[in-house]
Design a protein around this ligand. Structure first.
Ligand code: PEP
Length: 249
């Protein structure tokens, strides 16, 4: 049995005051869900998460990380800085970073590599646009995105990685992939991981992300290769986030 994992991606939302309410709400219900939970928050809130979540069973992490260790990279945040604040995870290759910041597969791969080497678990996002899906290119696109990461890391590094399949057309749009579509892509991703390290691949959490809500999470999460989810909008509401966690477990 693979572990079930639910990660919230707050994106550029919330505030100190709102975070306190949200984190307390999640903490209050976390024990009952039986699934691992984490929140990936804007960097200014790492310290708050460390203060409020240490000792709980909820982890925290970043939404991005630099490809550099130190130096003249204005605005960037290194993996060592994430470690200073107890981050366990760093999302890399979210489609909003790929689209809005021109992140290539190679940049994403280097971010993932650097995170792993420094003891942070990367949550590697892959996903196709609507045009790519309609052109029948989903397997090719997600395959290339994952291959770039697999080429940058060692087979043993797969013991410390999370993959998230996030069809770009489903993010923040209210459209969710059908359970069958999502399962098909997750199986392709697991086969690729397995070709690199079959023992590790059978335990790698492959999360689904894209417009998940309490009312549509359960049917997606029942699928064999879907081990949890990466949740955007619904992670900003404690009761919605907990309801998705309950569906995951
Ligand atoms: C995301 O951006 O990672 C995401 C899944 O967003 P939403 O749940 O809002 O579609």
């Amino acid at each position: 049995m693979r572990r079930k994992l639910l990660i919230g991606n707050w994106k550029m939302n919330s505030s100190l005051a709102a975070n306190t309410i949200l984190l307390n709400g999640i903490k209050a219900g976390a024990g009952k869900t039986g699934c691992e939970m984490a929140v990936c928050v804007p960097a200014p809130y790492f310290a708050q998460c460390q203060a409020e979540l240490t000792g709980s069973n909820i982890a925290w992490g970043a939404q991005d990380v630099s490809t550099h260790d130190i130096g003249p990279y204005t605005g960037e945040i290194s993996v060592a800085m994430l470690r200073d604040f107890g981050c366990r995870y760093a999302i890399v290759g979210h489609s909003e970073r790929r689209m809005n910041h021109g992140e290539t597969d190679q940049v994403v791969a280097e971010k993932a590599r650097r995170a792993i080497v420094n003891g942070i678990t990367p949550v590697v996002c892959v996903g196709e646009t609507l045009a790519q899906r309609e052109a029948g290119k989903t397997a090719e696109v997600v395959g290339q995105q994952l291959d770039a990461v697999l080429s940058a890391i060692e087979p043993d590094d797969l013991w410390n990685i999370v993959i998230a399949y996030e069809p770009v057309w489903a993010i923040g749009t209210g459209k969710t992939a059908s359970p069958q579509i999502a399962q098909e892509v997750h199986a392709i991703l697991r086969a690729k991981l397995s070709a690199r390290n079959s023992a590790a691949a059978s335990g790698i959490p492959i999360l689904y992300g894209g417009s998940l809500r309490p009312d549509n999470a359960r049917e997606i999460l029942q699928m064999h290769d879907i081990d949890g989810c990466l949740v955007g909008g619904a992670s900003l509401n404690a009761s919605d986030f907990l309801a998705i966690a309950a569906a995951a477990s």
